[in-house]
Write a protein that binds this ligand. Structure first.
Ligand SMILES: Nc1nc2c(c(=O)[nH]1)N[C@@H](CN(C=O)c1ccc(C(=O)N[C@@H](CCC(=O)O)C(=O)O)cc1)CN2
Length: 306
């Protein structure tokens, strides 16, 4: 079997960003409104710092007003809730994102549910979860990682997934479950599998579309993949890379891998997303698209199609 098509998430994300930039210009020229995105981070987690920095920078590049709140790790829940409420009330802010994970002493669910659902560009608020799960994709903000994954699947298979079986490995609220709703809305026959699924490899081998969101490095090997499947790897895991040698401090260098063993899966799949360069870049692009959508909505304008 020929090597699988490598689905280029970086290129797809760049196209979305160009669409967002053009849409922002059109909105601002027509109405004078500038989309505003506020990102909030609590603590010094290095990966989160990088993601938040990229989001704020990308927002500026898209022509948005970009607001960043960096709060110390010991910030109280009440202080964070006040920051969120103030952003809810700010008419210049159309999108609010609180970077996850939050420090242990803060109730993540409480914070997420405090974000105004109409500014919830992460799509985590129960109102948006409800909209998505009742099929109201026109009104819902869809979580960025599943929304981006879905666009990549659509690039390969088109809009209608009738007759396709999709298996999602992972049942998280921010990836697995919304991914299932999106695939269902596109007419796929959907299974959510997880750590308690019996004979997981056999279940996965039934999938025309296999989405891996387990958070375990390279767990899905060749035996999980059906010949000709489309494989979407949502995992981002940093592991030691002995082959790259040592860092200056004497510890092993590291590399990013997904939840799928790329080489093994690519030998069987028709198409597969790499890590890095697959779903990851789509997450930030979809955040920009959701923010523009929110701003367009407040101006009564149609957002650009993606
Ligand atoms: N409030 C939110 N918190 C978190 C979300 C989210 O969507 N909303 N998602 C993740 C982290 N995340 C964005 O926040 C994110 C993760 C990865 C990437 C990405 O582009 N990854 C690159 C590799 C980057 C690297 O070299 O380290 C890739 O896969 O190519 C973007 C965004 C958790 N928190």
């Amino acid at each position: 079997m020929a090597e699988a098509q490598r689905i280029d998430g970086k290129a797809a994300a760049a196209r979305i960003i160009e669409t967002v930039k053009a849409g922002t210009n059109a909105l601002t020229e027509k109405t004078g409104l500038v989309p505003g995105l506020a990102v909030v981070i609590v603590g010094e987690d290095p990966a989160s710092q990088v993601y938040v920095g990229s989001k704020a920078k990308m927002a500026s590049e898209c022509g948005f007003k970009s607001i960043k709140h960096e709060l110390p790790a010991e910030t109280s829940e009440e202080t964070l809730l006040k920051v969120v409420r103030d952003l809810n009330a700010d008419p210049q802010v159309h999108g609010i994102l609180v970077q996850l994970p939050l420090p242990k002493h803060i109730d993540e669910a409480k914070v997420v549910q405090t974000v105004d659902p109409d500014k919830d560009v992460d799509g985590f608020h129960l109102i948006n979860v409800g909209r998505l799960s009742t099929g109201d994709t026109a009104a819902a903000f869809v979580p960025c990682t599943p929304a981006g994954s879905m666009l990549l699947i659509r690039e390969v298979l088109g809009d209608d997934l009738s007759g396709k079986s999709a298996v999602i490995v992972g049942r998280s609220n921010i990836v697995g479950k919304p991914m299932a709703q999106l695939l269902l809305a596109a007419n796929a026959t959907v299974t959510i599998a997880h750590s308690r699924t019996k004979d997981l490899a056999a279940v996965c081998r039934g999938a025309d579309i296999l989405v891996a969101a387990v958070g375990r490095p390279e767990m899905l090997t060749a035996e999980y993949v059906k010949d000709g499947a489309v494989v979407v790897d949502v995992g981002i895991n940093r592991i030691e890379a002995a082959e790259k040698g040592l860092k200056e401090d004497g510890t092993p260098k590291t590399k990013l891998v997904g939840d799928v063993n790329y080489a093994e899966a690519a030998a069987k799949a028709a198409a597969i997303t790499p890590v890095p360069g697959g779903v990851g870049p789509m997450t930030i692009a979809m955040l920009m698209a959701n923010t523009l959508r929110s701003a367009c909505r407040s101006a009564g304008m149609e957002p650009p199609a993606l």
